[in-house]
Design a protein around this ligand. Structure first.
Ligand SMILES: [Fe+2]
Ligand SMILES: [Fe+2]
Length: 137
């Protein structure tokens, strides 16, 4: 899975984190293409989950900082993705992740990065002000 220009949010740190996410995914695909053993693939899937968790927390902190009005909707998208993938990983006894799981992850990442994340980036880049601690509910 390659990085495309239209994925860019205009915020370098976020773009870099998205590139890390996509490279974890690319690594999983590569391992599968090379018939790597189950433990390596599973470890990389775990890494993708762990990094996703970190990245989502980072984004949500940023949204809170800049008073993004759609924080809750976005948070729900993050949480339900993590839950869905966690569920599928835990349930899995067969050694290889199936194609459906990979396509699900890929579609979600591409869709989320190129649509939902653009929303908060636009909000921040359009000059949103930092919400002070005193004015936060
Ligand atoms: Fe993101
Ligand atoms: Fe996001």
């Amino acid at each position: 899975m390659e990085w495309k220009r239209e994925y860019s949010t205009g915020i370098d740190e976020i773009d870099n984190q998205h590139k890390v996410l996509l490279s974890h995914f690319g690594m999983i695909e590569l391992l599968i293409a090379n018939n790597a053993n189950w433990s390596k693939i599973h470890r990389e899937l775990q890494s993708l989950q762990e990094y996703s968790e970190f990245h989502f927390q980072f984004e949500e902190a940023l949204m809170r900082l800049f008073g993004y009005p759609e924080l809750e909707v976005h948070q729900t998208q993050h949480a339900s993705y993590l839950k869905e993938i966690d569920g599928k990983l835990n349930m899995r006894l067969n050694p290889y992740p199936d194609k459906a799981l990979l396509r699900l992850i890929e579609a979600w990442l591409v869709n989320h990065i190129s649509q939902s994340d653009q929303g908060y980036a636009r909000h921040i880049l359009s000059g949103a002000r930092v919400v002070s601690a005193a004015s936060q509910g």
